[in-house]
Design a protein around this ligand. Structure first.
Ligand code: HEM
Ligand code: HEM
Length: 187
């Protein structure tokens, strides 16, 4: 099926600055935390706190933020998600101005995994939880789960970028997407 016509000249604002900045902090922070995981000093913890702050703001923003940031607006139920998955398999997945239903569940998975990573990491720095092997093991396993999810996330982004001929990575940087007939323009 041919991609819906997009008006490449008319662009609508979709992702607000908080969503975009938090995303950059997630990517940079997770990479930096990985490379500092055994480094001397507290670099790893401070980088982790930056990710924790961006994550807390993004989660809050998911309830009180702009239209495309709100979880209740973009997370769809099982039937809509399965329908989208089936359309995707048949090469007829419709284009979404915000996150598509499968991408939305991936976002939920990424955010929840990140919560487990930062909370278990923080727990290991406290007197109460320091030294428990299951705490640091949880931190390590959650990091691996995150590293398994990210290539799927990026794969979905590349697929949608090619099928719908719109640069989603650029949209995540400047916040705007090309308009199509029937698009809702978020407030
Ligand atoms: C941004 C996300 C983070 C990632 C991807 C990450 C990843 C990791 C990894 C892979 C390890 C090595 C585990 C092992 O070899 O057993 C580690 C260790 C650790 N992390 Fe994190 N971490 C993150 C955030 C945090 C945060 C927020 C804190 C605390 C505020 C934290 C505190 C620690 C501590 C205390 C260790 C043990 C260091 C050591 O071996 O001496 N991490 N982290
Ligand atoms: C640690 C790594 C990553 C994490 C935790 C992560 C997390 C997320 C989250 C939570 C969102 C939803 C944005 C929001 O509404 O807040 C998102 C969207 C997005 N991410 Fe990532 N991401 C990661 C890596 C990447 C990488 C490496 C790319 C580059 C290809 C990428 C490209 C995108 C794009 C293009 C979107 C928007 C998708 C859409 O328009 O539906 N992400 N990511």
């Amino acid at each position: 099926m041919t991609a819906p016509p997009l008006n490449q000249r008319e662009r609508v604002k979709v992702y607000d600055p908080l969503v975009r900045l938090a995303h950059l902090v997630f990517i940079g922070g997770v990479a930096a935390a990985w490379f500092t995981r055994h480094a001397p000093g507290s670099w790893h913890e401070w980088i982790g706190y930056a990710v924790m702050t961006a994550l807390a703001l993004r989660l809050l923003w998911g309830f009180v933020g702009t239209s495309a940031a709100r979880f209740l607006r973009f997370v769809r139920g099982p039937s809509a998600t399965l329908r989208y998955a089936s359309e995707l398999l048949h090469g007829r997945a419709p284009r979404h101005l915000g996150h598509n239903p499968l991408g939305a569940w991936m976002i939920v998975a990424l955010l929840l995994t990140l919560v487990v990573v930062v909370v278990s990491g923080w727990m290991f720095t406290t007197d109460r939880w320091f030294g428990y092997s299951w705490v640091i093991r949880t931190h390590e396993i959650a990091t691996w789960v995150l590293f398994a999810l990210v290539p799927l996330h990026v794969g979905g982004v590349i697929h949608a970028t090619r099928v719908h001929r719109e640069n989603l990575v650029a949209a995540m940087l400047h916040g705007r997407k090309p308009a199509a007939a029937g698009d809702d323009v978020p407030p």
